[in-house]
Design a protein. Structure first.
Length: 289
């Protein structure tokens, strides 16, 4: 019963995070993005840009929802095909819910200062995306591409998506004014940095563990992360006694639980954690679920 209860609680927590992220995203769209005349980048930005084009050049008012859902069709396919079905279903919930809320929530400007709109709008946008990522989902669009690349190619793709967004925003600036595009780039840059802080899964850390129980420590790491390890034999310089060092690389979100488990396997273990900036070779990547 307990595993079933834990699974249900995890699903409810995941649902709560995704719904909160969708609500925050829609509120941000109406309180900062629309009232400030910004383009948020990604599929949401493309949807907003198309709305503006139809309104300015064809005098047509098209709702945000159908455009956003149509443009997200291909990223959703990528999610189902390459990332994970549950992950994509929760992401689809985020896309649909945030789209409908964006159309339903009235515009509520908080400030008209373009710099404040860009910075605080970007903070809220990054937070809404971060909540979805904590819920093991995404806000759709280019997030699917970024997660796919980080999962399959073990690369930090968020800066690449920011570059693509910047190009799209500059093109929009040629149509509606460079001031709007430049403030939108500030918005997108702020959002990207918030996501960098909140989402650590694509990063790795190296563990150097000095222990007298290398087999138990390795078994703990292997069972929790499915990562391998290398054991080096050495001598402690202070007491000149034999020591072993277990060397392993794990994902950033695994560091704390692994260290806690290692302490249970060997309470006297000395653990040094080093951020890994670059890595090549075979490395187990967990699939999204």
């Amino acid at each position: 019963m307990y595993p079933l209860y834990a699974s249900r609680m995890a699903s409810w927590k995941r649902l709560l995070l995704v719904c909160t992220g969708a609500l925050l995203f829609a509120f941000n769209m109406k309180s900062f993005v629309h009232s400030g005349g910004l383009l948020p980048g990604g599929i949401a930005g493309a949807s907003t840009l198309l709305q503006q084009i139809f309104s300015s050049f064809f005098s047509l008012s098209i709702p945000y929802t159908p455009i956003n859902l149509l443009l997200n069709a291909f990223p959703i396919f990528i999610g189902f095909r390459f990332i994970g079905k549950k992950f994509t279903l929760f992401s689809l919930l985020m896309i649909v819910l945030s789209s409908f809320l964006t159309d339903m929530i009235p515009v509520q400007p908080i400030t008209y200062d373009p710099l404040l709109v860009s910075v605080f709008g970007g903070l809220l946008n990054g937070l809404s995306i971060g909540l979805c990522l904590w819920g093991n989902a995404s806000s759709g669009g280019l997030d699917f591409i970024a997660i796919f690349l980080s999962q399959e190619k073990n690369m930090d793709a968020w800066n690449y998506t920011f570059a693509l967004n910047a190009v799209m925003l500059l093109i929009a600036g040629l149509l509606f004014g460079l001031d709007q595009a430049l403030y939108s780039i500030i918005f997108q840059f702020t959002s990207t940095q918030v996501v960098h802080v909140l989402y650590q899964k694509h990063r790795q850390h190296t563990l150097f563990i000095i222990t007298n129980h290398p087999k138990e420590v390795f078994s703990t790491i292997s069972a929790m992360t499915h990562h391998g390890a290398t054991v080096f034999d050495g001598t402690g310089a202070y007491l000149e006694e034999p020591r072993s060092m277990v060397y392993s690389v794990v994902d950033s979100d695994e560091v704390k639980p692994v260290i806690k488990a290692v302490r249970q396997a060997d309470s006297t273990a000395f653990v040094n954690v080093v951020r890994t900036d670059q890595m090549t070779g075979r490395f187990f990547q967990r699939k999204e679920d």
